[in-house]
Design a protein around this ligand. Sequence first.
Ligand code: COA
Length: 174
Amino acid sequence: MSFIIRRAVRGDAETLSRIAMQTFTETFGHLYPDEDLQDFLRTNYSIEGWMRLLCDDASAVWLLEDDGVAVGYAHAGACGLPYPDATKKDGELKRLYLLPQARNGGCGSRLFETALAWLERDGPRTIWISVWSENLGAQRFYARWGFSKAGEYEFPVGRVRDHEFMFRRDAKRA
Ligand SMILES: CC(C)(COP(=O)(O)OP(=O)(O)OC[C@H]1O[C@@H](n2cnc3c(N)ncnc32)[C@H](O)[C@@H]1OP(=O)(O)O)[C@@H](O)C(=O)NCCC(=O)NCCS
């Protein structure tokens, strides 16, 4: 296996739509009725949606490829989480997903560090991440980079409401 991380470009919208749907379904698909899952995937991971993000200077997306085949991705941008003190000046890691065969080998850490470096390209800033309350593996993963729970909210997946945690790392940290 030879994993490469590269910044996604407009021509990657279709690939991103596919890998985003695949990784979300592999990770969380079992939690929702199929109708709600399909509604969520259509609304959030369409080719047109990815194209809009890829044209937006305030967002950045990276693909993890194994011999040229997408096996994961990360998306970062301005914070859009419903925390009272969070503003668009803060950064957010919006999505970080790998296919099962690419996990646990350090690729997630490399992708995450790439996104963090981009988010802090102009200097330290507060960074946010939304993570499912029961995704303990990812919470452990984020804690390693100094993120901790700052709040909670409900995240809609079709008609289902997920209990989510908002993790934060402050700009002013030791
Ligand atoms: C979270 C994730 C990106 C980490 O990438 P990775 O390449 O597996 O991570 P690394 O090998 O760099 O580091 C390993 C750590 O990742 C975390 N991790 C491993 N498998 C995981 C899994 N299935 N789900 C969530 N986190 C996991 C753990 O913290 C692990 O450390 P541990 O050895 O203490 O358990 C990857 O596991 C993944 O895509 N998980 C499913 C999607 C997901 O939960 N995304 C986060 C949404 S907020």
